[in-house]
Design a protein around this ligand. Sequence first.
Ligand code: ANZ
Ligand code: ZN
Length: 801
Amino acid sequence: MSDYNFQEIEAKWQDLWEKQKPFACDVLSDKKKMFLLVEFPYPSAQGLHVGHPRSYTALDVIARKRRMENYEVMYGMGWDAFGLSAEVYAVRTGIHPRITTRENINNFRRQMKSIGFSFDWDREIDTTDPHYYKWTQWMFLQMVKQGLAYKGPTQINYCPNCKTTLANEEVINGGCERCHGPVEKRIKEQWMLKITQYADRLAQELDTVNYISPVVDQQRNWIGRSEGAEITFTLKENNASITVFTTRPDTIFGASYMVLAPEHSLVDTLRPKISNWDAVEAYRLAAKQKTDIDRSDVTKEKTGVPLEGISVINPATNAPIPVWISDYVMMGYGSGAIMAVPGHDDRDWAFAKKFHLPILDVISGGNVQESAYTGDGVLVNSGFLNGLNVTDAKARMIEWLQKHDMGSAKINYKLRDWIFSRQRYWGEPIPMVLCQACGWVPLPDDQLPLVLPELEDYRPTDDGSAPLAKLTDWVKTTCPCCQGPAERETDTMPQWAGSCWYFMRYLDPKNDQAFCDPKILEKWLPVDWYNGGMEHTTLHLLYSRFWYKALADAGIVPGIEPYGRRTSHGMILGTDNEKMSKSRGNVVNPDSVVEAYGADVFRTYEMFMGDFDKTAPWSDGTINGVARFLRKVWALLEKIDSSAPPSIEQEKALHRAIHDVGERIERMKFNTAVSALMECINAFAQADSLPPSLLGDFCKLLSPFAPHMAEEIWQQLGNQGLVCQQSWPTYDSALLVDDSVTIGVQVNGKLRATITISKGASNLEAEAAALAEEGVKRALEGKTPRKVIVVPDRIVNIVVG
Ligand code: ANZ
Ligand code: ZN
């Protein structure tokens, strides 16, 4: 037997898979379907990261197993190739993003093929392909038609470094997701998608899917549903009113002052009445420089300025209370104004202490001069609410407000509408034109795709306008409605657009008449199992659920949710236990791993390196251990003897592995599934000979992890066909009994039978097994035993008569 030449053998099987297409999905097949999905990558210039294959291998293992279980498996791959990085890279190198993107895609594809993923490559998709983004544009127009898209002035996050708008979800800790630089607030006309209209359903319908709980929790928190009331306060000085949002209308008798967000427009309106305008203006300027994260940091010292000359009437007490501005109140939430209840809210308490504002006790249970009391209790000092508990007082107060026309129940969401335009070149053009007579008009379907035009200078501009605006000939167009003069939208879509629906295109990637045949959608949706990164929970995953629901409401897709199940993998860290990054120099390149060890070792190692859902550091020691394991598997070919009967130990080892590997794969306990393979091999290696059928069955179990070696051994054993097309083996439970003992059963001192039970079986189990024996039944002659004495693992004595 020769040494295992992985370069040659892996290339051989990859070529064969490419020709024979054993992973091609027949969407019209009668088999049970299994739609498996991993997040398609952004094809960066750096190439594949070792983190990508963790997710891809995991679902590849599941895909390969399910095919062997006779499922029709859909497992596709493609490229989420629009976006800022390609453009930044292009600006730096002077090469058109289309060219660099194509090169990067080719490199990614080569890398993935070298790892032996069982994607159906005939279904490859690319979001920057006009045949693809035609449908992204078409779906956007469906949203326009449903009134879910609008263009309007909005406060946006602007990264002056990247010169682009960022969605709220793209602002991480107050900085730009890409360059980590500070983010400014600007007011700009933007295309917006009304994701807020779906806030309730996005939160509630999480009950209908099987997502890991951190994903459910993060999405619910991000949507941030809170129940409360809107209450109107009237200015003492005139009849103007200010509305606040509160989750605690029960505490209104304790509202001793009001706070407006510094940006609140009422501050401008009230300017003539404000006697300390200079201080107010200075404070507003300072607040503008701060990020929302800093502003809402509870550990930061509270700051603020009173609006001198202004007060409002507390509607419950009729007493005037002062009005302040402070940056702990955000303009983007609720109404940008609060009634402050320092006795029962921590932030208000800190503020009141600092500025010597009255702290009133309205819920019994604490000492509000010492700290805010936020627990439950009975209402005190609260007029008609006195004696009620918090829940009843809330309801009672809302009733009262409604009756007096001063407020009503209100549900608020933290979720904001999705800012959908970017002032960048490398994205899908937004297929809308602005007509002087008709307003915004969608392009008719027959003008799709609206192809991204060529541009000499695609750099972003300093004034924040879109690069496409420079193409005045392209911009000038005629209105599809009235044929009058009109102008094209020059903003492009955000990177998240193309990934909202990509999984559906795998089902019918070449269809020119529709994004997918509706019959195929009906059969294949929802996706059965979607694995991806936690970092996408409030971005891609939330956006695509919204997108899907909007399409579903338009009758375009079936059901209400795109993904039936969502799981997530832990991040792979460098050998130093730190996040891999170029600057730390701890990046592991998949190419060099495949070159040094081969794809099988790489794949098996990625599954073995630690609990799948946890972070795991790269370890060369462990990867060498995995390489030794696979060499040991290969060496078993030397022991093959077709005339040798299998030993009971070998058979037991195999059946234990069939049971454990199968079950652990389904639970994503890939590391212990690999251990089960290792244990089996150790047992096989102990004997001098091994029957080919046992090693053949083992190859089936090995093939999801190390598919190349599994095919090669399968072939060398003289088997027909591909191992990846065999049936997944089944186990014999009798062979799972770990260590069994055979003991005698005596009836009135005479041996009547022997039973085989597992070692350490309970007395009850032993007794039941003994009484079930024919010889014992005969000896008992239908009589009930007087006494059964079990000596564990030794003997069962039955006394009768
Ligand atoms: C009075 C009150 C009394 C409050 C009390 C809380 C406790 P969630 O759960 O996040 O919705 N609030 C409202 N709008 C705000 C804004 N724009 N910026 C900062 N804070 C704001 O929180 C709602 C509560 O946060 C509201 O209820 C309000 O304070 C504050 F014992 O009103 B509460
Ligand atoms: Zn018109």
